[in-house]
Design a binder for this molecule. Structure first.
Ligand code: ADP
Length: 356
């Protein structure tokens, strides 16, 4: 019956939540070689063991091999659905009152936006998440009442911009993070749009992307140098005992993690890359401090971590996608990203296991 189905679904979610409690997970995703890389005769330097879904091996320039282990590893063959299936249990715990943060980290061009946003044909985590949240709220109809709303913002050079404010002729409102009474962080003035179904979400995401690209001569370039944050606010009310919950789900497409060459980095570009380095390392420091259960968590070192303070740590669930390219030309950045993710996860990587 419907009641049995619902209670078994709840039990399943509950068990997953218990298992994930206070947990930080790192998923690695390696994109396929692009057409131009194939045309250039580029070979893949990232290998996957068919028997393992959480290990990968990188062939270094000196032919030595380095092994990495994460909570899950997705190769070029894994599609958006495969990625979402692994992500789903973490995300849906927001409906049970948990705060959740999901990040895509990596060099520009490795598929951060593909994973989070996707394309109209291959929708990513953001859209699938909202779709799943609506599906579950429908399923729980009768026992729980939910209200979902969406905010979308960008952090560029440590400045916050509301991506749901369309009127580009108005000077951008200055948005700042404020400490709210209950110890959470608020951004007064940030648009929070109620969403009733996936169509609303799709429209919202389109608006956000349009606003994001206004005023920049090269939208792609700019978007790789800013962090894009989608926040879903879930207000829940139990129709059985009246208990209310408010929780946040953050879906974050981070600025490109690549190091800028010394010659390139001048003026504005230098300033940008300093801000990016600062906020990405602040994020790494916060996550690794949480993973090692450190007494002091340095949230205040960047706008990004300050904003996410109440959604990182404690009972919150955190997932980082470390995105990499398979191409030999990107080997240096790939190793940097994998090392960063390994450090964040708090597990040491070792030399490659002997092949037998
Ligand atoms: P980033 O956001 O990290 O700069 P993008 O998401 O823009 O990278 O990806 C760069 C290009 O690679 C895009 O054309 C994207 O469609 C493609 N791409 C990335 N990941 C995949 C994947 N797993 N499968 C197919 N194409 C991908």
């Amino acid at each position: 019956t419907k009641y049995q189905e619902e209670s078994s679904e709840r039990r399943r979610l509950y068990n997953e939540v218990i298992e994930l409690k206070g947990n930080i997970r790192v998923f690695c995703r390696c994109r396929p070689l692009s057409e131009s890389e194939i045309a250039n005769g580029s070979a893949s330097v990232v290998n996957f063991e068919p028997s393992s879904d959480n290990e990968l091996q990188v062939i270094c320039a000196d032919s030595s091999k380095k092994q990495f282990k994460f909570d899950h590893v997705f190769g070029p063959e894994d599609n958006q659905d495969a990625v979402f299936q692994q992500t789903k249990p973490i995300i849906t715990s927001v409906l049970d009152g948990y705060n959740v943060c999901i990040f895509a980290y990596g060099q520009t061009g490795t598929g951060k936006t593909f994973t989070m946003e996707g394309t109209p044909q291959h929708r990513g985590v953001n859209f699938r998440t909202l779709e799943e949240l609506f599906r579950i709220t429908e399923e729980r109809h009768g026992t729980m009442k939910y209200e979902l709303s969406v905010s979308m913002l960008e952090i560029y050079n440590e400045k916050i911009r509301d991506l749901l404010v369309e009127n580009s002729t108005q000077p951008t409102k200055k948005l700042e993070i404020k400490q709210a009474a209950e110890g959470t962080q608020e951004v007064p003035g940030l648009v929070e749009a109620r969403v009733y179904g996936t169509n609303d979400v799709w429209e919202m995401l389109k608006t956000g992307n349009r606003v994001r690209s206004v005023g920049s001569t090269c939208a792609n370039e700019l978007s790789s140098r800013s962090h894009c944050l989608l926040r879903v606010t879930v207000m829940g009310e139990s129709l059985i005992n009246g208990q209310r919950t408010k929780s946040y789900l953050w879906l974050v497409d981070l600025a490109g993690s690549e190091r800028v060459g010394k010659t390139e980095a001048e003026g504005e570009r230098l300033k940008e890359s300093q801000f990016i380095n600062k906020s990405l390392s602040a994020l790494g420091d916060v996550i690794s401090a949480l993973a090692s259960k450190s007494a002091h968590i340095p949230y205040r070192n960047s706008k990004l971590t300050h904003m996410l303070q109440s959604s990182l740590g404690g009972d919150c669930k955190t997932l980082m996608f470390v995105q990499v390219s398979p191409s030999a030309a990107d080997l240096g950045e790939t190793l940097c990203s994998l090392n960063f993710a390994t450090r964040v996860r708090g597990i040491e990587s070792g030399p490659a296991r002997k092949q037998v």
